[in-house]
Every structure is written in structure tokens, then in C-alpha cells.
Design a binder for this molecule. Sequence first.
Ligand code: SAH
Ligand code: AVI
Length: 326
Amino acid sequence: MAGSQRSQRAARLVFSGSRIPADGFREDVIAGLSLPRKSIPPKYFYDAKGSRLFEAICALREYYPTRAELALTRAHLAGIARFAGRGGVLIEYGSGAGVKSRLLIGALAPSTYVPVDISREALRAAAAALRRRFPRLEILAVHGDFSRPLRVPAAQGRGRRVVYFPGSTIGNLTPAEALAFLRRTRGQVGARGAMLVGVDLKKDARVLHAAYNDAKGVTAAFNLNLLNRINRELGAGFRLHRFAHYAFYNPALGRIEMHLVSRVRQQVRIGRRRFSFEAGETIHTENSYKYSVEDFQKLARSAGFRSEKVWLDAKGVFALHGLVAR
Ligand code: SAH
Ligand code: AVI
């Protein structure tokens, strides 16, 4: 166990797993840029600046998912608490700034809260703020990567285990990765456990397009910040003005795709390696899958869950699925 550890009479705030997520960054970037279609996993967006930019995205007029999910959570909080039960262990994947977490913790009064995030900065700030808000709550914060099997402390703690995965972060996984993640989670919560998953719904492509191409250019800055991070952490020579943000809805695959397009023919160095780009060639940086209620229920079923509840926001743009073990 690494990181700081403080204890108080009723509650603890413990950080663990501090080095794991950075492992593999260089290897993943080199491997991704060596592919015929260049790509880099979206989990690398979230350095300290990337996490701040994501929070700025959440406040944008065009980016409806955060507002919609917050509104539906507030509107249905009592029903969500009845479904999930009080006093158990609440594990949250991709907890970020913890805004939705605060609502859920208030309603579920868990004995232990386990936020898991790849962004150390976001995790520390959110856990410290939650500790101030809920001084008696045990918080076991895990700096880790949920895209691989991950040991989570207190997973065998007191009470029912409930996994919370809001924000449609599941949409950033391919359907095959999402299925594998849901299966691992089904194993983790056990036969009496439950899961709450926030999922963005399929909708008019113009609404989706605007959400990922905002007028202020915050999403573009979020996408381009990945190159900044590679420059800083891997000693690379990306010139950011030679790349452009490009996001579009792919209706055949039901996903938003984000890319970084090379504006010119160029070579870029990473350490001693060189990578060639044609003008117009892209690095695929993120998918954001959108699911109908039925399609997501089918996926959850294949993973060993039964869909017990679905809550929608008033405009019908976002869904929160309440899943129980089958
Ligand atoms: N739950 C918040 C934040 C969503 S943004 C909300 O609903 O607004 C996605 C979050 O998941 C970020 O905080 C990011 O750091 C984290 N994340 C992305 N990929 C991850 C991974 N593979 N493992 C752990 N955390 C990840
Ligand atoms: C975190 N995730 C669900 C966001 C999404 O909508 O796919 C990340 C994001 N990318 C661009 N804007 C927001």
C-alpha cells in the first residue's frame, strides 16, 4: 500500500495502488502509433490537466450527458436508494470529481466508499472533498485502471456490494471490453450485489455532433492535451498546431469517434523512435458508444446481470440502469 494514510475514530481515508496506471503508457503509445490505423486508448486523456478539461466539458451548453444524469439522479434519488439499499459497500469506477458520488453517498449512506480512478489528481481532490462532506465515512481510494482485472479493497467488506459506474464511461469501452468489464463486476458484487450504470442513449446525430464539437473548443483542447502529455512524459516532439480535433457520429457502429488529424505530412519523434504521418491521417483517440435501453439490457444480460430498473431523465436522453445478479 502506498500514499498517505490518515485515521480518525469512525472513518479512514486510505489511498492505494499509486504507481499502477502509469505503467504501460510508453508501450501503449508506441504500439498504438505503430498500427496501420493509429490509435491511443482514451484512458490516457486523464492527466491533471485532462481531468480539469473534462470537468470544463461537463459545464458546456452542448455537453448534455452530465446535466441529464445529475437531473435524473436527483429526481429519482429515493427510488435509486431503495433499489441499491443502504449501509453497504459502494464501489465507484471512474469517480472523477465525485459530484454524482456525493448525491449517491448522501442517499445510500454506505459503510465504505471505494472510488477507483486512473487520474491520481482527480481522485485525491475528490476523496479529500468527500471526507470533509462525510467525515464518518470510510473512504478507500484506489488509483487504478479498471480496464484490467483490479483488486479492490473492502470488496469483501460488510453489507451488500454495489458498483456505481456513471457518466457513460462504459461507452468509452468497445462492446467486447464493456462485456468483459461487466462480467468482472458481476463476479465482484456477488449473488446479492447490484450495479448502477449511467449510459448515454442513441439520439439525433446533430445533438451528438454538437456535444463533441463545442463552440468554445474545450473538447478540442481535451483531445489535443493527449499530445501535450506524450511530449511531457515520453519526451516526444508533437507540435500541437500541426494536429486538429475531429469528432463525428458513426451511425453504423453507434458511436462518436474522436480523432486527431495530421494537418500536414510530417514525422514525429518519441524518444529515439520516429512516426510518419500523411496529411489527413488520424490518431483515433476515443469512442463513445451510445446504447438504446434494450441494447444495453442485452449486454448486461450476457454478463450475468438482470435489468431491474431503468431511470431516464425528463428529456429521455440519458439512462441509469439498475442491475442485479441473475
Ligand atoms: N464519473 C464522473 C467522471 C467521468 S469521466 C462523471 O460521471 O462525470 C471518466 C473518468 O474515468 C475520469 O475521472 C477518468 O480519470 C476515469 N477513467 C477513465 N479510464 C479509466 C480507467 N481505465 N481506469 C480507471 N479510471 C478511468
Ligand atoms: C468520460 N466519457 C464518458 C466522455 C464521453 O462523453 O465519452 C469523455 C468525453 N470525450 C469528449 N467529451 C467527453
